[in-house]
Design a protein around this ligand. Structure first.
Ligand SMILES: NC(=O)c1ccc[n+]([C@@H]2O[C@H](COP(=O)([O-])OP(=O)(O)OC[C@H]3O[C@@H](n4cnc5c(N)ncnc54)[C@H](OP(=O)(O)O)[C@@H]3O)[C@@H](O)[C@H]2O)c1
Length: 250
């Protein structure tokens, strides 16, 4: 019921173009500009800009219908990337469950291979998750994760000590991944914005105040280089506000 209602509503926007259409058009334009893969950064936040109520806890933020929308987004991308803390805290499946469509391939950014081999994303039979790690991570952990179904890719660290995300995108492009959805958490969101690696942002804003973990940390950006959305589209899904816009990519 919910799935049908959200799809029907989003397929019937006033100007004939839905938020889904805008997301797809932005992905297409990014690919034609040479983004490989085209990247959508997306997350749900409270009115005060938080993605969880406290460190290390899962906090449901968006309403049921906007979560259905995020499953539509997942179905539009070849792969979906999260940070290792999100795997440790939320243990997400990263599948498409509430709409029709294929599952994106999971990617975990994890410099020390802390991803548990028991994580639910390894229970998927349709795709081998990619774990992007550092060149110095434990070979024993690599063997354990490979046995669990992962494909471990070793990537140099960036200047901030994390796995180099620009290089990670190149590796994913080499795997044939043409579109990537990045779902968080805060550490990854901050790195992606700081390094200007996303072509668009799709934000769900829910009318709740959390006083918890901010989605975006320090960007260290000069005032003239702050990430800024262009060609913005928005839509209410019940009380949640969905905002989509283009980001300038480095
Ligand atoms: N509201 C939402 O939409 C949403 C979505 C997803 C998650 N969340 C929430 O977000 C929270 C987790 O967020 P988080 O900030 O703690 O962790 P995160 O972003 O999921 O993962 C961050 C970790 O990834 C690793 N990493 C490796 N390379 C990195 C790089 N270049 N940039 C950033 N991180 C890199 C680091 O661990 P190593 O040093 O060990 O490599 C880092 O501590 C959870 O509470 C979860 O529920 C909310």
């Amino acid at each position: 019921m919910i799935r049908g209602a959200v799809q029907d509503e989003m397929d019937a926007a006033e100007d004939g173009r839905t938020l889904v259409d805008h997301v797809r058009a932005t992905l297409d334009a990014a690919r034609s500009r040479g983004s490989a893969p085209a990247v959508t950064l997306t997350y749900a936040q409270s009115l005060d800009g938080c993605i969880s109520a406290a460190p290390g806890v899962t906090t449901p933020i968006s309403n049921r219908r906007s979560r259905t929308f995020s499953h539509r987004l997942r179905a539009m991308h070849d792969a979906i990337l999260v940070g290792v803390n999100t795997v440790l805290v939320d243990d997400p499946q990263l599948t498409v469950r509430e709409v029709d469509g294929g599952h994106p391939r999971p990617v975990v950014v994890d410099s020390r291979l802390r991803t548990p081999p028991t994580a639910r994303l390894f229970r998927r039979e349709d795709a081998r998750p990619i774990v992007a790690t550092s060149e110095t991570a434990s070979p024993r952990r690599e063997a354990e994760l490979t046995a669990a179904g992962a494909e471990v890719r070793r990537i140099p660290l960036d200047a901030h000590g994390g796995v180099d995300l620009a290089r990670t995108l190149e590796v994913l492009a080499g795997e044939g991944i043409a579109s990537l959805m990045i779902e968080g958490g805060a550490g990854i969101i901050t790195s992606v914005l700081r390094d200007r690696l996303a072509d668009q942002l799709v934000l769900t804003i829910s009318p709740v105040l959390l006083g918890g973990v901010r989605a975006v940390g320090s960007l260290g950006a000069a005032t003239d280089r702050r990430p800024r959305l262009e060609n913005i589209h928005r839509e209410f899904v019940d009380e949640d506000l969905l905002v989509q816009g283009e980001l300038e990519r480095e």
